[in-house]
Design a binder for this molecule. Structure first.
Ligand code: ACO
Length: 341
């Protein structure tokens, strides 16, 4: 009898040298280094650190992809930002240079906000995308992208590896990963986190609000994780990043204090609601606050996530291309059989 691991929980699908997500101890280690020791790296440095192939000049790549993306911009109308990124990637002239894929996502994100913006090839990637997009705090964006660049065999990375394993190519693998990231159980959670905080701010009794939501069978966005049985270590990295920015913004300082209070309350209510399952804060909770403070709209949050996670997707695609075999699991058939009489 075949055994089904629901949601592939506990199934190990590959050996990897890229990252260790230690769900029991709450550690995230990238190529042998703790995430919190990588916080000063530039985006380009992190790409070189994660990748097994050289990163060519990202500034030149931004310049190269911008005209084609600008031509595609009219097609962005009516699409969610993450869908626009997927379309932009799918229609970009083919390239053998992975820097082009990374550049394309950042430039597409920025051009959607400011269609006339021009890349500056001399600038570092984060500062340039932040300037083109008209954002306030480039260092906040850098901290965010470093924090979310890589995270083991999550749903979108697995998707990228499955597609890479068929030898469909990097574009197809990244495009599929963007699709997987879009869902609210994965990269689509931070927008709803802000909606939740807004509702809580109006609620006469936040604890009661949490209880009612859970009683209706709904999930609290920004809490729970497949791997972590403690608080997601990225939540603290991003909370501290918010704290740093809050030194310059009293509005954020107030929002952060409120979010911290709600975090305590939510985890206590979740513990009472599901005593058998640790449901702690995940990366998306403080992502929401940070991206809002930097100047992004809620609907853009998942697309911003993708522009950082693309480094991890590509690291896994390279590893899959080098060592991997076609990924092709089985399914246990539980339907009817034909009448053989
Ligand atoms: N709020 C309320 N209940 C929850 C939550 C939550 N946030 N998370 C899990 N549960 C409950 C489930 O309903 C389930 O209860 P049941 O056994 O009575 O059905 C139980 O806890 C176990 O949950 P699973 O669905 O088995 O957990 P899984 O590992 O499949 O899911 C996930 C992890 C998707 C992150 C889940 O915790 C969730 O939906 N969280 C909210 C959405 C979210 O924040 N997503 C971002 C994740 S981080 C990232 O991907 C970048």
């Amino acid at each position: 009898m075949q055994v089904v691991a629901s949601g592939l929980e506990g199934v190990c699908v590959a050996d990897s040298r890229i990252s260790l997500v230690d769900g029991q101890a709450g550690r995230l280690i990238l190529r042998g280094v703790h995430l919190h020791d990588l916080g000063d790296k530039s985006f380009e440095e992190l790409a070189r650190f994660l990748w097994e192939v050289p990163l060519e000049n990202l500034g030149e790549a931004r310049l190269r992809v911008a005209p084609a993306l600008r031509e595609l911009l009219p097609l962005a109308h009516g699409l969610a930002p993450i869908e626009w990124l997927r379309l932009a990637l799918d229609r970009l002239p083919d390239t053998k240079n992975p820097a082009d894929w990374v550049a394309a996502l950042g430039v597409a994100l920025a051009l959607r906000r400011h269609p006339a913006a021009e890349p500056d090839p001399q600038a570092d990637h984060v500062s340039d995308v932040a300037r083109m997009a008209g954002l306030k705090w480039p260092d906040g964006l850098r901290r965010y992208w470093i924090c979310v660049a890589e995270h083991g065999m999550n749903a979108s990375t697995f998707t990228a590896r499955v597609v890479a394993s068929t030898r469909a190519g990097q574009r197809a693998a990244l495009s599929a990963a963007l699709g997987a990231l879009q869902g609210p159980l994965h990269g689509g959670a931070p927008g709803p986190v802000l909606d939740m905080l807004d509702e809580l701010q109006q609620a006469p009794d936040p604890e009661d609000w949490f209880r009612h939501k859970l009683a209706r069978g709904e999930r609290l966005m920004g809490f729970g994780h497949r791997i972590y049985r403690v608080r997601d270590p990225r939540a603290e990295v991003l909370r501290v990043a918010c704290q740093k920015l809050a030194e310059q913004s009293s509005e954020l300082a107030e929002r952060l204090r409120f979010a911290e209070r709600m975090e305590k309350l939510a985890t206590a209510v979740l513990a009472a609601h599901k005593p058998g399952r640790v449901l702690q804060t995940n990366v998306e909770y403080y992502t929401a606050l940070l991206l809002e403070a930097i100047g992004f709209e809620r609907e853009e949050f998942t697309a911003v996530f993708a522009c950082g996670r693309v480094l991890g997707w590509l690291a896994h695609i390279f590893e899959q291309e080098k060592e991997g075999r076609l990924i092709r699991p089985e399914v246990r058939y539980v339907g009817p059989l034909p009448d053989e009489r």
